[in-house]
Design a binder for this molecule. Structure first.
Ligand code: CAO
Length: 414
């Protein structure tokens, strides 16, 4: 018997595009929800045609963010399209959208009207900003990283503010929205009522940067150089960029490994109990008891020298050899993994965090599976839908006759 999924029976009207919204609805789909992605006829989600690696085939951008969903085409600005939209609102439990501010209202789909049609509907949105001076602005990933505190705290102090490769603005906000939707579904199971769920990208990034706001407050009580997270000795009245420092209470740094390629580095953390085994392994046993090196307090002002000592040893080994030796000694460390290495990683393939998926037009492609593992609701990754692949089926499910579907098709509404 097929195992039921956590969100079996939950229907999601997916009005999302690009990355933030699709990340959210992809996770809901992995948990078993029936996600019906609504796309503009003929064109679909703009990312289908962005950064294409194969001519006329849906891009990896699209296919890697829309697995396990169904796709229908619908012009929600046409008269028939609007009639169909209201049927879908009535049919679904959750509506998710991440259009520019006010876009749904401009189509005539206000929250007031939506809750009249379906009082149980949960209406979830991603926007760039919450209420305030920028509420009407359009926002992409890097704008959110800059406005949410990530860019000012990432990179090296003597260099420009830097955005990170992790999509904390887009995918990070999508993840926050998932939490809001699930909470609203649980509340609805007690009250029967839907609600608005909103997550602003600036807020989500700031939430992910909360330890930097912690440090901003610590800074008012004295310079952060007393702690191991910041290499700088000079502090203004704001949290500086901390390079590769740990961000936590234990010193850490990126150290070179053999053979010296762009990603031949390992991150090593020196916890107080790690000093002795580290010194043993690098052949500097005398520094275990030397009063100039033996305690965290005396090491703190010369952390760069501590890491240089360890680097003399790491440079002679590959990053995986270093990991093997140090992890057995209980020393927290991790090689810098390239995307090539992650794509080929057998352990990640086995847990289905990295998955190969078959697609009728592009052949097989690699994607990131569900990183959240539920023992009673394991996620299978199925390919992203072709544009409008499920239009007829979904419209029949919500009660349209074949003639009505043909009618909508002939006037361009689907
Ligand atoms: N039928 C008819 N019209 C449709 C439609 C459909 N199925 N789907 C979309 N449209 C319309 C929208 O209603 C909108 O029309 P109006 O301008 O007349 O209101 C138009 O298409 C374009 O939508 P948009 O303004 O959202 O798109 P954009 O490319 O100009 O902006 C983005 C993109 C991402 C900057 C903007 O949507 C945004 O700020 N979203 C919120 C923040 C966000 O999610 N950013 C993350 C981006 S990456 O994940």
């Amino acid at each position: 018997m097929e195992m039921r999924k956590a969100l079996d029976g939950v229907r999601v009207l997916d009005m999302t595009h690009v990355q933030s919204g699709p990340t959210c609805t992809q996770i809901l789909a992995w948990f078993g929800a029936d996600v019906i992605k609504v796309e503009f006829p003929g064109r679909g989600d703009i990312t289908r045609s962005q950064l294409r690696d194969i001519p006329d085939v849906d891009s990896l951008y699209f296919t890697m963010l829309n697995s396990n969903k169904r796709s229908i085409t619908l012009n929600t600005k046409s008269e028939k399209g609007q009639e169909i939209f209201w049927k879908l609102v009535d049919h679904c439990d959750v509506l998710v959208e991440n259009f520019a501010p006010g876009a749904l209202d401009r189509m005539g789909f206000t929250w007031e009207k939506i809750k009249q049609v379906n009082p149980g509907l949960i209406y979830a949105s991603v926007k760039g900003f919450g209420p305030g001076p920028f509420v009407d602005c359009k926002v992409y990933e890097n704008v959110a990283q800059c406005m949410g505190g990530s860019a000012s705290t990432t990179g090296f102090e003597d260099d420009v503010p830097t955005v990170t490769g992790a999509q904390i603005g887009d995918s990070g906000t999508g993840l926050h929205l998932v939490a809001g939707i699930l909470a609203a579904l649980i509340q609805r199971s007690h009250t029967g009522e839907g609600q608005r769920v909103e997550c602003a990208m600036q807020d989500a990034v700031l939430n992910l940067c909360r330890i930097k706001l912690r440090d901003q407050q610590r800074l008012t009580r004295g310079p952060l150089r007393e702690y191991p997270q910041y290499p700088s000795g000079e502090f203004g009245d704001f949290v500086p960029r901390s390079g590769n420092a740990s961000g936590g209470g234990q010193p850490g740094w990126v150290l070179k490994c053999a053979p010296g390629g762009q990603n031949d580095f390992i991150y090593v953390i020196i916890q107080p109990p790690g000093w002795a085994p580290l010194m043993e392994v690098i052949g500097r046993e005398e520094l275990i008891t030397d009063p100039e090196w033996a305690t965290p307090e005396v090491r703190l002002p010369k952390l760069d020298q501590c890491f240089a000592l360890i680097e003399e040893w790491t440079q002679t080994k590959s990053k995986f050899e270093v990991m093997n030796v140090l992890s057995k000694l209980g020393i927290p460390c991790g090689p810098i993994m390239s995307m090539k290495e992650l794509g080929e990683d057998q352990a990640l393939r086995e847990t289905r965090t990295v998955v190969e998926v078959e697609h009728p037009e592009r052949g097989s492609y690699l994607t990131v599976g569900n990183p959240i593992k539920l023992s009673k609701s394991p996620s299978d990754v199925s390919r992203a839908p072709l544009l409008g692949e499920h239009t007829d089926k979904v419209l029949a499910e919500i009660g349209l006759t074949e003639a009505e579907i043909e009618d909508a098709r002939s006037d361009g509404s689907i």
